[in-house]
Each structure stands twice: as C-alpha cells, then as structure tokens.
Ligand binder design. Structure first.
Ligand code: GLU
Length: 484
C-alpha cells in the first residue's frame, strides 16, 4: 500500500525535538512505499501563531532532507496547504453535518456554559456538553460556534503502535467544530483535510489518543474510512518519568543546528529515538532508514532523550562523512564554526587543521574551542605549565634543558613533514631518556597550551616549523627568566 501521509505542524515558533520526530516517521513510511509526504500548516489557532514560524519549519525540514511532495512553496493538487486559507471549506463541511442532523449551531453564551461546568463539578459528575445540548438550535450565523452532535457508544479501533484499543461512551462529546471566530478547531479541520488530501496514515503524538473516539465518530458521521492511526509515544526527559520539556536541557532543533550538529546525525538520532530495526545497528543513512523503517517496530512506551548519545552520534557522522567524502567535500560545512582568529587563514590551511582534528569533534562548534592555537599564539601561563601532572616532577632547569635539545633537534629538520617530525621526536625520547608523557606534554603544552591536541607530529607539521620553534623558544625564555 502506498502511504499518503502528512506532517501537520502548528506554527508556534519553537521546533521541539518531538515535533521533528513526528515528521520523520511519516516521511520514512511514505518514501518506503513510494507514497506521498504532504506538509500542511495548521495555523487556525491564532492565539498561538508566531510570525516566521512556518519558514522555520520549512527550513528545518529542508535541512534534515525531509522534502515534501505537496505543500507550501511547491503547491500540489490539494492546495492551499495553510488551513487559514481553507477556512470556507471547513464551514461547508460543518454545514453538511448540520444538514445530516449531526451538528448544530450553538447559541449558548460562555457564562451559561461556565454555569453548566460549575454545576457538574459541584455534583461531582463529569462535565460533558452533550448533557447540556440546547433543545432548539438556530440557523448558523457568523460568530456562532458549530458543535458536533456526539453519538456516544463503545468504540474499538486499532492503533499501529498501541495495538487494539477500546473507549467507552464517556469520552465522546459534542466537540466544537467551528469556533466563534469562524475558524475550525484542530479536531475538525484535520479530519476534513486528511480526507480531502487522500491521507491514509496519520502519525502524531500520543496526546491525541484520548480524542480519537471523537475523531472516529466524525469519520463515521461523514461516512469516510479512517486512516491508519499511529500514535507516537512521548519523548521522555533525561531523568524521571516526565515528558521532555524545554527545561530539560534539550535544545530546539535550530539551536543544535547552530551548534554544529549535522542533519544526518539529527535525523539518525531522532529516527532511532523510539524505533529500532531489531539489530544492534546505530548509524543509519536516510536511505537505510527508508529501507528498514517499519511502523510495527516503533516502541509503545516513551523513549528517553539522551543528548550525550546525540552528540556521540554526531561525532560518528563527522568521521563517516569525512572518511567517505574526503576533506575537500566536507570542508564547506565547517564555515562559520572556526574561531574568529581563523578569519585570515587560507582554506587550505584550515583544511589541514580539519584533517587532523575531525575525528575528535563531537559538534562542528568544537572547532571553535579546539583549534584556537592553530591560528594565534596561545596565552601561556608558566605556573600552570609547571603544575602539569607530568611536568611537576621536573625542575625548571630540566624543563629548559629539554626544550633546548628539542629546539635544536627540530631546527635541524630540513624537510618539515609529519614523518620527519615523528622520527625526531622518537630520537629525542631515546636521547633524553624521558617518558613520552613528559617530553611530549612539554612540547604539546608549549605549542598549544591545550590539554589535548591531535597527534603531536601531525600538529607540529600543520603549525609549521617557524611557529613551532618560536613557541618553544618563547616558553624556554619564560622558564629561563623564572630561573634567574
Ligand atoms: N497541528 C498538530 C500539532 O502541531 C498536528 C497533529 C497532527 O499531526 O494531526 O500538534
């Protein structure tokens, strides 16, 4: 069966991790079956509307490579794809239900409705509007809500993730279809649109499960087939048993993107957050996900969000892409992630830096923190150097001597490359009879003043002979001065 499905976000601003996952699964199901993935913007809740949010959604989908087959910007046979532009259509459909006796225009004012609610609460009985349905209802006129006339009865249905489900009549009510402002509710608009757009699979957050009996009643009232229903379990906060919220340290997708998380990794991580193919595999390309995805392997309990895993996966993706594509192809993706001091250096030099450091990056913005010394002399602190756990066993005199022999040996290298440097470094170990941790820490700290660097021979090679010697001399002088 060709899956015709949709991603139907509301443009409310922030793009939560969970929102994106609700786009990924339908996308994969559609592509796998050679079906269609439609983007529909559910913008009928004017109070929550945020300017620019639709652009952000589209930009994020494009970034992740989740291209839509129909929707904003590209159009399609079911245009328009913004619900506010489809306003009249929902009213026509609501009127159809009025004609069938399955909906009514409701003249009741809000104070009266509040009175019903209070009275039911006082009696400790569940508030259901259908118990207060007006006896006579006027013809519809603008400004009047239209409500569904519920047909409460036991309902059974199948959810592709949750299995066979049942709900009693108590959850079915006279829900509002058209609000006072003339715009439809989500509950109504999505039923109409899904039908008109030929949607045969609806994947959305599990929070819509409790309203599903009302949706089933609407399908029935219209005489339309219900689509496959796929409830996606919550994404849970890193600790505890609650839904992942803004305060749980999970950033928005936009922020992760700014931090240098790659779309490949984001897609991979989110697809596997609550889904697996039954194997140990963790790294999937989009094409592999399309091939291997299956609805019945979406787990029905909440999946725990784990940023450490996301960043680990991102590191894996950086390596994978560089190893497969080569530095030249990958390099443009690092634009904007280098330290400011790198601005005047050539692409060629930055590529050399990238080539020796990419396998240590978790995000591209690590470049900013990890490569400063390739572009500017590091700020050097004698005290800190002397306190280093390997160097503190040596006297300042010994350190100066070590630097002297190192400078002398490195200076002699005629053909400066990582092989010749490596050879000299190994000779130095023998000659000085020092442990690598001592000799190499001293050189590493002197040239980078960083706790880690790529392999020393590679680092020295990229920095170049002049820079290396001048930094070693600088440290030697600082220590010698100290010594006097
Ligand atoms: N507009 C709804 C939301 O953003 C979409 C739910 C659905 O996919 O039907 O939560």
């Amino acid at each position: 069966m060709k899956i015709i499905t949709r991603f139907a976000p509301s443009p409310t601003g922030y793009i939560h991790i969970g929102n994106v996952r609700s786009a990924i699964y339908p996308y994969l199901a559609a592509k796998q079956s050679d079906g269609k993935f439609i983007l529909r913007i559910e913008d009928t809740d004017q109070a929550r509307y945020v300017e620019g949010a639709t652009d952000l959604i589209m930009d994020t989908l494009k970034w992740l490579g989740l291209e839509w087959d129909e929707g904003p910007e590209i159009g399609g046979p079911h245009a328009p794809y913004f619900q506010t532009q489809r306003k009249d259509l929902y009213l026509d459909w609501a009127k159809k239900l009025i004609e069938k006796g399955r909906a009514y225009a409701d003249p009741t004012d809000s104070d009266t409705i509040q009175g019903y609610r209070d009275a039911d609460n006082a009696k400790k009985i569940p508030y259901l509007y259908r118990n207060h349905r007006p006896e006579t209802t006027p013809d519809w006129q603008p400004g009047m809500p239209i409500r569904f006339k519920a047909d409460p009865k036991p309902r059974n249905w199948h959810d592709e993730v949750m299995g066979d489900l049942h709900a009693g009549p108590e959850v079915q009510d006279d829900i509002i279809l058209i609000k006072k402002d003339g715009l439809p509710t989500y509950n109504f608009a999505h039923i109409v649109d899904d039908f008109l757009m030929g949607i045969n699979m609806v994947a959305r957050g599990v929070e819509y499960l409790s309203s599903t009996p009302n949706y089933l009643a609407l399908y029935e009232a219209f005489g339309i087939d219900q689509p496959l229903l796929v409830s996606l379990p919550h994404i849970l906060a890193p600790t505890g048993n609650k839904k992942l919220g803004k305060r749980d340290g999970a950033k928005s997708v936009t922020e992760y993107r700014k931090d240098g998380v790659l779309p490949e990794a984001m897609l991979n991580y989110l697809a596997c957050l609550g889904w697996n193919d039954g194997t140990e595999q963790e790294i999937y390309t989009k094409d592999e996900l399309i091939k291997k995805f299956s609805l019945d392997r979406i787990q029905n309990s909440g999946a725990r969000y784990d940023e450490v895993k996301l960043l680990w996966m991102n590191g894996q993706w950086i390596r994978k892409l560089v190893d497969e594509q080569g530095i030249d192809t990958f390099y443009p993706r690092t634009a904007g992630f280098w330290p400011d001091s790198a601005a005047n250096f050539s692409d060629d030099y930055k590529k050399q830096v990238l080539a020796i450091i990419y396998d240590r990056l978790k995000t591209l913005s690590d470049l900013r923190e990890m490569t400063g010394y390739f572009f500017a002399d590091p700020t050097f602190d004698t005290e800190q150097l002397l306190a280093n756990k390997f160097l503190k066993k040596l006297s300042e005199r010994e350190l100066v001597d070590l630097l002297n022999v190192s400078i002398e040996a490195l200076e002699k290298i005629a053909d400066w490359n990582s092989d010749s440097i490596k050879e000299v470094l190994n000779d130095l170990l023998v000659k000085t009879n020092r442990k690598p941790a001592e000799l190499f820490s001293l050189i590493r700290l002197s040239i980078s003043f960083a706790p880690f660097s790529p392999a020393l021979d590679l680092t020295l090679n990229v920095l170049g002979k002049n820079v290396v010697l001048s930094r070693l001399n600088r440290v030697k002088e600082a220590l010698s001065l100290d010594n006097q």
